[in-house]
Design a protein around this ligand. Structure first.
Ligand code: AQP
Length: 343
């Protein structure tokens, strides 16, 4: 993470982040989350990463697919460079403390805070009466995920910023109401050229696992032909590429493809445009496909290899859950004491 991000004093520098096993991983999850998790693991932070299956079931998940998606997500973490020997890597439902602390936070968070969450509004749609109570309470569980580890920093894509801000509000209200300085005020860390990867079919929507159109996203398990075909068919406009970022203003689809290229190439948007400015999309799209295949195919090959041994993945998750519980249990215990529960 870059300099300038403030660490709350008195708390160990610790990163927490999670991904839902709500479908196959997308390029958005990779660039907005996994790639950065692997980078931050090598920096001066303790790192805790979670497959948030309790979050996934806030919308319907087929039980067989959920188990498969959880193991595949674990394979995706490892294949992207998250090393279970360096990071705590586990599955949320194996550490009961997440649900227990979430209950306390359900009593701290206010209805009005939850109603303002854009993810709730987007996912519940017009039919809020039929959405699950869990979907409404999602941000309180996310606050519990983060604060159970006293995490000081949360690397996320731009879409999750509002939830991390709510986590800060919950921590501040808990500390204030119980007159303690127990939970840190966590910093969201949103960095990189692709903090919000957009749909390949509609530059105003984020790329998402659960988008009904498979052509809207690049899946981490897509082969080279599928990646090339999706990029070839990606929506663009008739203009060529500009030489400076300013020329991408009001061109969301063009900006999205350039952002993806920049993030995959570890370059800034300006560096990319200095090279490709003046080219047509017919020339740029094959360059992007080649880069995407070069970066993603070693990851998908490794994911497929890991998935051939599900027992090994389960053992990694169990071991990670033991490590997670060792941090989480004392924090929950102290929370109960602060709240006044007889222990
Ligand atoms: N399009 C994206 N661009 C950048 N970052 C993204 N993330 C997700 N989509 C993008 C980041 O990935 C992490 C895990 O997200 P998640 O799976 O827990 O939930 P999500 O944000 O709701 O992702 P999806 O793919 O859209 O899942 P569904 O379709 O199930 O809701 C987060 O850090 C997120 O910011």
């Amino acid at each position: 993470m870059s300099e300038g991000v403030q660490t709350p004093p008195a708390f160990t520098k610790r990163v927490f982040s999670g991904i839902q096993p709500s479908g196959g991983l997308t390029l958005g999850n990779y660039l907005g989350a996994l790639k950065r998790f692997a980078e931050v693991q090598e920096q001066d932070y303790e790192t805790v990463f979670c497959m948030v299956d309790l979050h996934a079931i806030t919308v319907w998940q087929d039980p067989d697919k959920l188990a498969h998606a959880t193991r595949e997500l674990c394979a995706g973490f490892i294949a992207s460079g998250v090393d279970p020997k360096k990071s705590v890597l586990f599955n949320q439902s194996q550490v009961a403390e997440h649900a227990q602390l979430a209950w306390i936070f359900n009593t701290v968070a206010r209805m009005g805070w939850m109603q303002r969450m854009t993810q709730w509004k987007d996912k519940a749609g017009k039919n809020t009466q039929n959405a699950s109570l869990g979907l409404f309470a999602y941000p309180a569980l996310m606050a519990a995920d983060i604060l159970l580890y006293h995490a000081t920093h949360v690397p996320v894509g731009d879409d999750q910023k509002q939830h991390v801000e709510l986590t800060r509000d919950i921590a501040a209200k808990f500390n204030h109401d119980y007159k303690v300085d127990f939970f840190p005020i966590t910093e969201p860390v949103i960095e990189g050229a692709a903090t919000r990867v957009m749909s390949l079919r509609d530059g105003s929507k984020k790329m998402s696992k659960s988008d009904p159109s498979d052509m809207s996203r690049i899946n981490m398990t897509d082969d080279a032909d599928a990646i090339a075909s999706k990029i070839r068919k990606a929506r663009t406009d008739p203009e060529g590429l500009p030489s400076e970022a300013e020329g991408l203003k009001d061109r969301p689809e063009a900006r999205n493809l350039v952002n993806i290229y920049a993030a995959l190439a570890n370059q800034s948007v300006d560096q990319v445009l200095a090279d490709v400015g003046g080219k047509q999309f017919s020339e740029f799209k094959p360059m992007l496909s080649e880069l995407a295949v070069a970066k993603l195919s070693p990851i998908s090959t490794e994911m497929a290899r890991l998935m051939r041994d599900p027992a090994e993945i389960d053992a990694i998750l169990r071991d990670g859950a033991d490590q997670a519980r060792a941090i989480a249990a004392p924090v929950l215990e102290r929370t109960y004491e602060i709240v006044g529960m007889v222990r």
